[in-house]
Write a protein that binds this ligand. Structure first.
Ligand code: TYD
Length: 137
């Protein structure tokens, strides 16, 4: 599955920690969009979609949450619990975000601007898409 868990290098000193992320250096794509989720209601599951071409890095910059990933063949769960951890998710991967702590702030760095036509929001359609090879056309 095309996902990578990054550990970013904090610039720590006696004042605290700072993390800097630069496109093509720390992040393997041009960052065209940043968005973040907070005040997520207990037991809510977000996501439930895949992207045809979008790449993303998810960083839980405060609190914690879990990400369930599914490429149509295998599934895995990645906990995000530290502000220096980043989860790269390639295109064509179904994701669900859940188990948000009440203080969780989940920030997403994205390779493209928002485009609803890049979403696959139906799971059966996603399976058909990844298994048909349509994604490689
Ligand atoms: P949604 O796709 O439901 O979030 P998630 O799948 O992560 O749970 O997005 C919630 C709303 O925010 C929806 O109305 C679309 C809007 N939105 C934007 O306008 N721009 C964005 O970059 C994103 C991610 C969402």
């Amino acid at each position: 599955m095309q996902t990578i868990k990054y550990t970013f290098q904090p610039h720590g000193d006696d004042r605290g920690q700072l993390i800097a992320l630069e496109e093509f250096k720390d992040i393997p794509f041009r960052i065209k969009r940043v968005y973040y989720m907070y005040d997520t209601i207990e037991n809510v599951v977000r996501g439930h979609h895949a992207h045809k071409s979008l790449e993303q890095i998810l960083i839980c910059i405060h609190g914690s949450c879990k990400i369930k990933l599914d490429d149509g063949t295998e599934t895995k769960v990645v906990p995000l619990e530290k502000p220096y951890e980043g989860l790269y998710i390639a295109n064509n991967i179904w994701r669900e975000m859940y188990d948000f702590s009440p203080d969780a702030v989940l920030m997403v760095l994205a390779s493209e601007i928002y485009d609803e036509s890049d979403y696959i929001r139906d799971y059966d359609e996603f399976l058909e898409f990844v298994r048909s090879g349509e994604n490689k056309a």
